[in-house]
Design a binder for this molecule. Sequence first.
Ligand SMILES: Nc1ncnc2c1ncn2[C@@H]1O[C@H](COP(=O)(O)OP(=O)(O)OP(=O)(O)O)[C@@H](O)[C@H]1O
Ligand SMILES: [Mg+2]
Length: 459
Amino acid sequence: MSRILVIEDNETMRDGISQTLRNMGHEVIAVSGGPEGIKVCQNGGVDLVITDYKMQGMDGMQVLEQAKAIDGDIDVIMITAYGTIDLAVEAMKKGASDFVTKPFSPDELKIRVEKVLQFRQARQESRKLDEEVRYLRHQIDTLYNFGELVGSSERMRKVFERIKKVASSDSSVLIYGESGTGKELVARAIHSYSNRSKGPFVKVNCAALAEGILESELFGHEKGAFTGAIRRKKGKFELADGGSIFLDEIGDVPPTTQMRLLRVLQEREFDRVGGEETIKVDVRVIAATNKDLPAMVRGGKFREDLFYRLNVIPIELPPLRERKEDISELVHHFLKKKCTELGKRVLKIDPKAMEILMGYDWPGNVRELENVMERAIVLCDTDRIGANDLPVLVRNLEREHILKLPDKDLPLTEMLEDLERQLIERAFEKAKGVKTKAAKILGIKTSALYYKLEKYGMI
Ligand SMILES: Nc1ncnc2c1ncn2[C@@H]1O[C@H](COP(=O)(O)OP(=O)(O)OP(=O)(O)O)[C@@H](O)[C@H]1O
Ligand SMILES: [Mg+2]
């Protein structure tokens, strides 16, 4: 059911049209003049206006213009006794949905109205779909593409969701992860998605500084606080006021500094080194560590109270080897990024090279992959990165098959026997347990293999 406004100065016509529309099941508001009709439009909720063209005072064209100005989505059907083409063209140009000439039968009106309403519905549905598509695109963008962060593995998606959730709060975040997993990128993403994003993002590497220097770096110092303090210096907490502070390698903070940090986290205030004045700050704390902080707490190396203050929201970044499905996406990301930086055409990658990259364990995580890609791009002199452009360490897939020498010094015969056993095991693995095949790999007769298997108690 639609809400239809009928504007017609002839009472008989008005009643006739209204009756036809009511019979169709619509809600009808009927008025005798333009100004009255416009008032109804202003109140909102009108889907369709059916207006006569020739009326006293305000004509149909003015009604059309004003109704469209109030709500561009209102449909208008113009009725006139003077069916001139010019008038129809002008009405359509101004946004009329249809143009009906008198006289017309109730059935003709019915068909015209139905058509306009059908179009209206289709238009609205398509707009709704557009909006949905836009919304979903935005969702996907934030889900899969978090600032600089690349990765669509289940585990990274969880990380992105968590970032999105925590960004808007002021709670402290503790990011765990091996070296090179992207802890700093995550910290920056949290800041840039928070409502502090216009404020500063200040990073402190807690591992790089000696104890005394770290304190003055974090909290600042007064002139003369220690030898060499020739002037007052603001600390990183003061510089981060209104923004976020990123305490990298928090596990390396020495005990006295831990105590001072606890005070900032609890009271949001501190004193400069050698100062009396209490300074208040509005700072969000994001910390990161590649250490097992809970274990350090258990071992008495890290204050438990500080740990709980920092660990309000933990985010764990999985090592790259536990989300190998992200490797290909990262490779393409770095290809694009590095080639652009180096002013090169974006290179392709050979399937064999990709296979090697996917097979490697990446102890240095994303940072190692980034370095390997950069090196390969620089070395590559074709338009495609091949296996040869990768470092030997990454390429050497066979290294886990390197035979192990016994730790102890054994007589030569025993060492050789040990090696022989390992070689037989490896041949069996390759031959998937088929003895004739294993013998072939080893270059001995099957009977000789049986003899050795028995000797080593392998059957
Ligand atoms: N998911 C990712 N997508 C794109 N680039 C990434 C991603 N994770 C890490 N990187 C890149 O890898 C490098 C290392 O990341 P980052 O410095 O954030 O790691 P980290 O965990 O802080 O390492 P460390 O513990 O060694 O300080 C950076 O150059 C970063 O841009
Ligand atoms: Mg880091």
